[in-house]
Design a protein around this ligand. Structure first.
Ligand SMILES: C[C@@](CO)(OP(=O)(O)O)[C@H](O)COP(=O)(O)OP(=O)(O)OC[C@H]1O[C@@H](n2ccc(N)nc2=O)[C@H](O)[C@@H]1O
Ligand SMILES: Nc1ncnc2c1ncn2[C@@H]1O[C@H](COP(=O)(O)OP(=O)(O)O)[C@@H](O)[C@H]1O
Length: 308
């Protein structure tokens, strides 16, 4: 086993589901989805260096909420590749975390996607795109999209992807909560709320796809939808006030991001986003407020470290 360079740094984006259609739970415990993923320029940065022993350090505002052992999704990727590939071995990993933890923005998936690219390059494994996708799908349903980035239709568990044509750039404000929501708990709440109802299979989101092609943020705002929103609000009722406040403060549209509890607000432009950040911060309906634009590329190498 020999690393080809002293270190590799990869950056990976957060996502918001612009629409999230959820079908009835299947025998494997997963729900069939029809979702449009959208990557935004709120990113985590993962650096790997060859090491004699496994190490993981997390920095940034959410560091204390992220595991550093084998349950860290990025470490899981690195350890899997070390087990499976003769050329790969232990690494010292640093995760600089800006994506909220358990926020419905795929932060753990972003780190896992970054680790796939970083370990491949560090040990020159020469994995194919298909190898990347298969490993990503195995780690988690959101990981394949984070590798791809941009805006994409996700079906199956959310891991079957097709790119969606978009025009222009969209400005978002995200209202964050200190407490996270567990993804399995939100899906379980969706099942509980729908007990006795016939949940249809999710349909292709044609209105959303047309809105993205138009490039008009007002049209996009009208097409936002999330079948998990009711469940997320049921588990965290204060999110309804966050949504109402952001809309009253001028957001074009609002949606719980994935399984929540982050709320995503779509704004007319950058100036409107900055105004909304001020309004949301002053109202106290979020523990933190950040802005980001999309679409953004998927996980990418930002530097090959040449000196140790
Ligand atoms: C809800 C979504 C929307 O994009 O993301 P988040 O908002 O959590 O980031 C995803 O479906 C989350 O994807 P991800 O967090 O990668 O899920 P996984 O680790 O594969 O699965 C965790 C658990 O979520 C549930 N799950 C996940 C995906 C899916 N299509 N149906 C499900 O029921 C299952 O209970 C599963 O055991
Ligand atoms: N690299 C990682 N970053 C964040 N959380 C991680 C990571 N690896 C494992 N986890 C675990 O996964 C859980 C969900 O994390 P995250 O991906 O941020 O949430 P979500 O699925 O809501 O987007 C966390 O509570 C944490 O225990």
């Amino acid at each position: 086993m020999a690393a080809k360079q002293p270190g590799v740094t990869v950056r990976a984006p957060a996502k918001v589901n612009l629409c999230l259609g959820v079908g009835p739970v299947q025998g494997d415990g997963y729900h069939p989805l029809a979702t449009v993923f959208h990557a935004v320029d709120l990113t985590d940065t993962v650096t790997v260096r060859p090491s004699k022993r496994w190490e993981c350090t997390v920095t940034g505002p959410y560091a204390d909420r992220v595991p550093t052992g084998g349950s860290n999704l990025a470490m899981r990727v690195a350890q899997r590749l070390a087990d499976e590939c003769f050329e790969a071995g232990p690494v010292s990993m640093t995760i600089d975390k800006s994506i909220p933890v358990a926020g419905g923005m795929a932060g753990g998936s972003a780190d896992a996607a970054a680790a796939i690219i970083a370990i491949d390059q560090l040990f020159d494994l020469q994995l194919t795109k298909l190898d990347h996708q298969e490993l990503a799908t195995d780690i988690g349903a959101d990981v394949p999209f984070i590798l791809a980035g941009g805006t994409a239709l996700g079906t199956g568990r959310g891991d079957q992807l097709a790119p969606v044509l978009t025009t222009g750039r969209y400005e978002w404000v995200f209202a964050l909560q200190d407490d996270g929501l567990s993804t399995p708990a939100v899906y379980a709440e969706f099942d509980r709320l729908n007990k006795g109802r016939k949940v249809p299979l999710p349909q292709a989101p044609e209105e959303m796809i047309a809105a993205l092609r138009s490039g008009d943020p007002r049209e996009l705002a009208g097409a936002l939808s999330n079948d998990l929103q009711e469940a997320a609000i049921s588990l965290m009722p204060k999110l309804q006030k966050t949504i109402d406040t952001g809309l009253a403060e001028g957001a074009l549209g609002a949606i719980v991001s994935g399984s929540g509890p982050t709320v995503a607000f779509l704004c007319a432009d950058r100036a409107a986003a900055l105004d909304l950040m001020v309004g949301l911060t002053a109202s106290g309906v979020a523990d933190d407020v950040v802005s980001a634009g999309g679409p953004h590329p998927g996980a990418r190498v930002v530097s090959n470290i040449r000196t140790v």
